[in-house]
Write a protein that binds this ligand. Structure first.
Ligand code: PLP
Length: 463
């Protein structure tokens, strides 16, 4: 939300004020909501006012909509609180935070089987969205250089991807003036297929995107097959279309649960990969990572060198200042968990997810679009002929505190509406059992008394 339009009615005097509830104990005077207060207030009063208002937010641990971490160990929280004040961009002032960032980039690159893992080319970002913007720019710059070198026009770049991409890819295309070529998904197949990618590729294609863990169902796209088809097509046509893997969610899952799955830099045409440290990297928001295959894939004129903080500092990020504490939180997890710790956690999450999806499938009214066996995420729809909608279910579950999102699938499966559950650390088998009981009760109630007008979806997701 860039700006919030304050409704006129809200500006009526009493609505534009916060009225303290602890009369006589701390403060009794109302405080303006939309204007900077004239005076000061005691820290405990400010804390109490804000703390109380935030009670109306959903409970993060019952939020099964988000992929983002909602629980970390107390030691990680302590370290992160100790490092809130460090600006990660001030690398000269905070050389150890910079060294830790460097180590993390190398660890992530190694996890993705980078050939350059000793001297990995990458950056930490605020999340996968920033990482994707950087990867997209590098693809566009590289394509433009190839076109110019061949004496060909470079004014009509396009990017090939599924209609199931996260909105950041749409933003990238609009902000950087690249034509998006969306491959529609279909009933029964919610990932893109190699032949559809090839059908969309031409000499103006800056790259193709494959997703390791789609936002809609959590499934892995067939990356090796897409890669092999792109390589064969490049050989036939003389193009040099690179593949980018959007591993926002799966980047910290597949290496531990499916180490033999070939989706990363083991595939030579995979030139860049993004992942979110704040998803299955198990760090509070916001931290993401972008890694390129080698130096060649990151055009030098995208990297700026600044010296006003002392020393030469190469930077390739969209924003500048950012707290160093998320990097520290990521490093804590890497040291604390290691490969075996991440593997144990991911196995436990997968077991929880597949247990829950199995129980939901057995309830009767639902069919699964995915079962949580790739990533601990699954989506399910109501069978035809039900007299209530997934939106009714989502709403009723909310009354018990559970946040289970309902949404429609992208083109060409917009007529399918689903519920999705993201199983994360902190969502125990016990909680899964409680959710199941609430879901069974909700379904029984809705079956006994169907709503006169089943809820329709909110405005559809569309590209
Ligand atoms: C596949 C995919 N790509 C990109 C993103 C954006 O990631 P972030 O929230 O880290 O910016 C998401 C977020 O859910 C995602 O699922």
């Amino acid at each position: 939300m860039l700006t919030r339009k304050v409704k006129l009615a809200e500006l009526a005097e009493e609505k534009a004020m916060l009225t303290p509830a602890y009369a006589g104990r701390s403060a009794t005077a109302p405080v303006p909501k939309y204007a900077l207060p004239e005076g000061e207030m005691a820290p405990d009063v400010a804390y109490r006012l804000i703390h109380d208002e935030l009670m109306l937010d959903g409970n993060a641990r019952l939020n099964l909509a988000t992929f983002v971490t909602t629980w970390m160990e107390p030691e990680a929280e302590k370290l992160m609180a100790e490092t809130f004040d460090k600006n990660m961009i001030d690398k000269d002032e905070y050389p150890q935070t910079a060294a830790i960032e460097e180590r993390c980039i190398n660890m992530v690159a190694r996890l993705f089987n980078s050939p350059e893992h000793e001297d990995a080319v990458g950056a930490s970002t605020i999340g996968s969205s920033e990482a994707i913007m950087l990867a997209g720019m590098a693809m566009k710059w590289r394509w433009r250089a190839r076109r110019k070198a061949a004496g060909k026009p470079a004014d009509k770049p396009n990017l090939v991807m599924g209609s199931n991409v996260q909105v950041v890819w749409e933003k990238f295309c609009r902000y950087w003036e690249v034509e998006p070529r969306y491959i529609p998904i279909e009933h029964g197949c919610y990932v893109i297929r190699p032949e559809d990618v090839i059908a969309c590729v031409d000499e103006n294609t800056i790259g193709a995107v494959a997703i390791l863990g789609t936002t809609f169902t959590g499934e892995f796209e067939p990356i090796q097959e897409i890669h092999d088809a792109v390589v064969a097509h490049n050989e036939k046509t003389g193009f040099d279309v690179p593949l980018h893997v959007d591993a926002a969610s799966g980047g910290f899952v597949a290496p531990f649960l499916e180490p033999d799955l070939c989706w990363d830099f083991r595939l030579p045409q995979v030139k860049s990969i993004n992942t979110s440290g704040h998803k299955y990297g198990l760090v509070y928001p916001g931290i993401g990572w972008i890694v390129w295959r080698d130096k060649e894939e990151l055009p030098e004129d995208l990297v700026f060198h600044v010296n006003y903080l002392g020393g030469d500092m190469p930077t390739f990020t969209l924003n500048f200042s950012r707290p160093g504490n998320q990097i520290v939180g990521q490093y804590y997890n890497f040291l604390r968990l290691g490969r075996s710790g991440y593997t144990r956690i991911m196995q436990a999450l997968r077991e929880n997810a597949t247990w829950l999806s199995g129980k939901i499938a057995a309830m009767g009214p639902f069919e699964l679009l995915s079962d949580g066996s790739a990533m601990p995420v699954f989506a399910f729809a109501l069978k035809d002929g039900t007299k209530y909608s997934v939106f009714d279910i989502s709403n009723r579950l909310r009354e018990r505190g559970w946040q289970v999102p309902a949404y429609t699938m992208p083109a060409n499966a917009q007529d399918i509406a689903v519920l999705r559950i993201v199983v994360r650390e902190g969502f125990s088998r016990d909680m899964a059992g409680m959710l199941l009981t609430d879901l069974e009760r909700t379904v029984a109630d809705l079956q006994a008394q169907p709503p006169p007008n089943p809820m329709a979806p909110a405005p559809q997701f569309k590209h």
